[in-house]
Design a binder for this molecule. Structure first.
Ligand SMILES: O=C1O[C@H](CO)[C@@H](O)[C@@H]1O
Length: 657
């Protein structure tokens, strides 16, 4: 392990525990609300002994050393966004948000070095101002800290874009070893690459990430095209769609049988004017927040309203075409007569038989796919390999690239990102996928582009690919990647191998459609289901560490912060994806897999545990989350007993509901 330069880390042995406490005193909170950690979704909270608010790496070392000497549990807290108990502890919490400096931005190598506690939202403007740089891919929000996003393998969407942590070039980590050393780790064989690969999705269990070196790209604008499709068409043509743009993300409304698709490409076109303040208020605040929350709170008592509400929100808020009451009324009518457009699986006996047959076929495919997973990956392919069904399926005409009539643009990152085993691209500006654009100035060629776009961009594409007008907008990358995720929510997300996307979607649709047909809609599922694709990466515990993947995410909103039923729905959703498709849960989202379940999914699971034991032999960083999912089969066993665990947790730290 390569320690940082010695002046940064004098040994701590000369300090007694009392000295450490005295040094930490001004940074310590021992009373009041901050002692109660609550995550963003207000779904998990814990009361700790003390919260430390370090502003320097030295402060972090003192806190880590104190916890190690006292035998206290210590967990790093970032922005608290994770909808899980990953941070919860009755011991010490290290609130890293004060460790938020950007130490270096280098436009020449397109890299930066920042402290781990910086929130992504605060990092973006600094990268832009200091180096005209931007992160290559982001998820739907930038509310997480840099270290938090790395530690949980936070992802965006794009078949050529791996998770955020893959862009890390080095990490500075404080270890809970004697004297709390700070080490710099990287892919370099001299810089403990094992610890680096463990820390790329380290779940706060392999040290405290205080510094991050990261590869970025020249700041860019994105053009977004939004259109919608019937689910069955989407289910057949998902691969064409996923590979048709740099970033593609989809929101599926199972109650409506349609999918909203957003395709993003880098562009030099002019930024499009935002909608008026009134339109934004009516659509994004009044409708998407207040009315949505009001109806969802009613559906806690009358769940049969949910499918109608899905049609309402689809018609008036989500679908890219013009809002039209007739569309909503058609949805209501279809619901009344018991059929949902866009689904090939009708809830009739005939439909259910067909569904069972197809299900058997899917299971067989999944089995074959699982067997393939156990074989070493072929060096020629970046995903697990095409499934027999998907490769033999092209019954429809090829998906027409939506910008066929537009100037061509780069669509992929360098091919060395796609070839396993993963080796990071050299940090030379010439290897960057980006182009020299200034996002803040609109050149005359931008204006020309804009005219071309205005003339050719709004063509209606042929039935049945597009039934409504696509909509377009251009803005800075970050403003397009991120969007308002509404209000607090329970979420569950699972990553299935890329080639199983179609089968997994089919199975989920069969499940939703069957449940939709049951009187009173006991499934009580909200909407939408998010569908996003991510390239293979090299984190040992990254869900896409073994190959390109498709993330499928369910959301149950908490209107006005009220609890809603979600366990039964998420448990079906999770079990379907885990058992039939080797689905790996997103680590930041609450799940029930035990160490042995996870060992079967991750070939480097035991390597991770070995590294963990090496850097944290006293288990300072082991909280209940880490025990349950990584190190203690017994803790997980108790969790699987079901309610027992939940009740115990409610006593130790209140879980709502
Ligand atoms: O991935 C996701 O991020 C947002 C915010 O947590 C959530 O809506 C979605 O599942």
């Amino acid at each position: 392990m390569a320690p940082l330069p010695p002046p940064d880390q004098p040994p701590l042995d000369h300090l007694s525990t009392a000295d450490l406490r005295a040094l930490l005193h001004p940074l310590t909170i021992r009373a009041g609300p901050p002692l109660r950690f609550t995550n963003w979704a207000t779904t998990f909270s814990s009361t700790s002994q003390a919260v430390f608010r370090p502003t320097t790496v030295e402060h972090v070392r003192w806190a880590v050393e104190l916890a190690r000497r006292e035998g206290q549990e210590l967990r790093a807290a970032g922005a608290g966004h994770s909808p899980s108990d990953i941070v919860c502890t009755g011991g010490y919490i290290l609130d890293l948000k004060g460790l938020n400096r950007v130490l270096d931005v280098d436009p020449a190598t397109q890299t930066f070095h920042a402290e781990g506690g910086i929130i992504l939202r605060d990092l973006h403007p600094i990268l832009l101002e200091k180096g005209s740089l931007a992160m290559s891919c982001l998820g739907s929000i930038s509310d997480q800290t840099l270290a938090g996003a790395i530690s949980t393998s936070t992802h965006g969407s794009g078949v050529s874009f791996p998770s955020i942590s893959t862009c890390a070039t080095f990490l500075d980590i404080v270890l809970p070893l004697p004297s709390a050393p700070v080490v710099r780790v990287s892919r370099d064989p001299a810089q403990d690459p094992d610890l680096f690969h463990a820390a790329l999705c380290g779940l706060g269990a392999v040290g405290i990430i205080v510094g991050v070196g990261m590869r970025v790209e020249r700041a860019f604008k994105l053009e977004e095209e939004v259109f919608s499709m019937r689910f069955d068409e989407f289910n057949k043509r998902w691969r064409e769609i996923a590979e048709s743009a740099e970033h593609v993300r989809c929101w599926w409304f199972p109650q409506v049988g349609r999918v909203k698709i957003s395709r993003l490409n880098r562009t030099t076109k002019a930024i499009t004017p935002p909608p008026s303040a009134l339109t934004t208020y009516l659509s994004s605040v009044l409708l998407a927040k207040h009315i949505h929350a009001l109806v969802l709170s009613l559906t806690r008592y009358i769940p049969s309203l949910l499918p109608y509400h899905a049609w309402f929100m689809w018609t008036f808020h989500e679908q890219p075409g013009r809002a039209d009451w007739r569309l909503f009324l058609r949805g209501v009518w279809e619901r009344v007569v018991g059929r949902t457009e866009g689904s090939e699986v009708w809830p009739s006996v005939r439909g259910l038989e067909a569904m069972d047959k197809e299900r058997e076929k899917q299971e067989l495919e999944a089995k074959e796919e699982k067997q393939k997973l156990n074989r070493p990956p072929s060096p020629a392919s970046s995903d697990i390999g095409p499934s027999p069904s998907t490769s033999a399926r092209p019954t429809s005409p090829p998906f027409r690239p939506l910008d066929a009539d537009r100037p061509s643009r780069p669509t992929k990152l360098p091919s060395d990102l796609l070839t396993p085993p993963y080796t990071p691209p050299p940090l030379s500006p010439s290897s960057s996928p980006s182009r020299s654009i200034s996002p803040l100035t609109i050149s005359s060629s931008d204006q020309n582009d804009s005219e071309v776009y205005a003339k050719s961009g709004r063509k209606k594409l042929p039935w049945p690919i597009l039934e409504d007008e696509p909509s377009y907008r251009v803005d800075l990358g970050v403003k397009i990647f991120n969007y308002d995720c509404g209000f607090p929510q329970y979420t569950y997300e699972s990553c299935v191998p890329y080639s199983l996307t179609g089968s997994a979607l089919y199975t989920l649709n069969a499940f939703h459609t069957t449940e939709l047909a049951r009187p009173g809609y006991p499934l009580k599922a909200h909407f939408p289901i998010e569908v996003r694709w991510t390239e293979r990466d090299d984190g040992w515990l990254s869900p896409t560490g073994g190959g390109r993947g498709c993330y499928l995410g369910a959301i149950q909103y908490r209107p006005f912060n009220l609890p809603v039923p979600y366990r039964s729905y998420f448990s079906h959703f999770a079990t379907l994806l885990h058992t039939s498709f080797s689905g790996k849960p997103h680590w930041a989202k609450s799940h029930h897999l035990s160490p042995s379940d996870l060992r079967a999914l991750y070939p480097r699971f035991d390597d991770f545990l070995r590294v963990r034991e090496r850097v944290d032999p006293r288990g300072v960083l082991v909280n209940e989350y880490v025990r349950r999912h990584l190190v203690d089969e017994c803790a997980a066993g108790k969790a699987e007993e079901g309610k027992g665990e939940m009740e115990r947790r409610v006593r130790r730290w209140k879980v709502r509901p």
